[in-house]
Design a protein around this ligand. Structure first.
Ligand SMILES: [Zn+2]
Length: 402
């Protein structure tokens, strides 16, 4: 692989800091050196972006490649074969990369589909981000379900069995349903499902292999169970109450608010396309989101970027960028903190922070070169236009060039 010397005007590191007028030397797909020397290494290709902003590739920890984010019905997946879902999912992966998402976490899918998409990307048949998958969602019987993508388990021992099963299939992280869901017709969002001891059993098994657990949870009882069980990431989490926030802060639980999917869905409530049960549950939930999210930000919880792309009105790619803008607009986060949520803290949520997520020596060279004149710390919303990302570099290779 050719060495690349990338001259950058501004480098947003991903940990909250910035470096100006530096050169990044990329060797073997990794960042080998960051320095203020501009002298090129002989034999290396020089890319001069000395008037541009460079930031780490964005990490979206919550997508569903089995689902089509432009379809208003989450049950649409039932009409299709696994083969069809895999081919379509490959296209969605391409859309993520095209927008500047260099790592994504598939947060539950049917059969072998997410694994197949992961392999096809890894082996170079498909252009896509580094994909990490959880396999099937682990749920109780008669639980929230996941349109064929669930592994049902009841009681701590059985949850251990299901967790080991998903890890044995090659899951990179574990997804648990701690409560009911908006997108399942048969459950109510705030009803608790797994008990604390069941969530804890899954987390113990995942941690043995260095993998993280993410739990879908709405409402205080489900949120509290999730945090006390030692789960690493509370997913959705709304409304984040004082008690949940305090406990999450104490336990170091990360919080993934998935704002884009609610916000976009809300814009389409009056069009009559969404299932009635979703509109009803979202109307109940949406007024509770902002206050709790703001309190969580104020309390200093680590926020993680995850969009639920694939769910209704949450298409792949631009949604990941929109999530950062909503963190600022709805949660009062700074632009810089929103970027950290989509880089360093998202890498931690997927347990890959040792080699991805920030622009540091030794880490994978996953970089975005922005169009001339664009400073995301001033205009984060513009990132939602894929053309604003002029080059996407993944593992040292420019994979998208405009
Ligand atoms: Zn989801």
């Amino acid at each position: 692989m050719k060495e690349i010397l990338l001259k950058a005007g501004t480098v947003i590191i991903g940990d909250g800091s910035v470096e100006n007028d530096v050169s990044i030397l990329i060797q073997g797909g990794k960042i080998a050196k960051i320095s203020s020397e501009t002298a090129s290494v002989s034999g290396s290709e020089v890319l001069d972006f000395s008037d541009r902003v460079i930031l780490p590739g964005i990490i979206d920890t919550h997508v569903h490649v089995c689902h089509d984010g432009t379809n208003p019905d989450p049950a649409e997946i039932k009409k299709h074969s696994d083969e069809y879902l895999a081919i379509r999912g490959a296209k969605f992966a391409e859309q993520l990369l095209n927008a500047g998402v260099t790592t994504a976490g598939d947060a539950a899918g049917r059969s072998e589909v997410p694994f197949a998409v992961r392999s096809a990307i890894k082996e170079g048949y498909v252009n896509g981000p580094r994909l990490l998958v959880c396999g099937r969602m682990i749920t109780i019987s008669a639980g929230r379900g996941a349109y064929g993508g669930s592994n049902e388990a009841n009681g701590p021992d059985d949850v251990r069995r299901a967790t080991r099963e998903e890890l044995g299939r090659g899951a990179d992280f574990i997804k648990l349903a701690a409560t009911g869901a908006i997108s399942s017709e048969s459950t109510e969002s705030f009803t608790t499902q797994f008990n604390q001891d069941e969530l804890q059993a899954a987390t113990e098994e995942a941690h043995k292999l260095g993998k993280k657990t993410h739990a879908h949870a709405y409402g205080e009882p489900g949120g509290v169970n999730t945090v006390l069980a030692g789960v690493d990431v509370i997913v959705h989490g709304h409304p984040m109450t004082k008690k949940t926030i305090e406990l999450a802060k104490k336990h170091g639980t990360q919080f993934m608010p998935t704002l884009t999917t609610y916000y976009e869905s809300l814009q389409h409530h009056d069009e009559g396309q969404l299932p009635e049960y979703m509109v009803r549950k979202e109307k109940e939930l949406f007024p509770l989101i902002e206050g709790g999210f703001r309190n969580a930000v104020k309390a200093g919880l680590e926020i993680v970027l995850g969009t639920d792309s694939g769910m209704p009105y949450t298409p792949f790619g631009p949604s990941s960028m929109e999530e950062m803008e909503l963190m600022v607009r709805l949660g009062g986060m700074s632009e810089m903190d929103a970027i950290v949520a989509g880089t360093k803290d998202a890498a931690k949520a997927l347990s890959i922070d040792k080699y991805v997520g920030t622009i540091e020596v030794g880490k994978s060279a996953d970089l975005l070169v922005l169009e001339s004149g664009l400073d995301p710390l001033k205009d984060l919303a513009r990132l939602q236009t894929p053309e604003s990302v002029e080059m996407v570099i993944l593992e040292g290779k420019p994979v998208i060039k405009r």
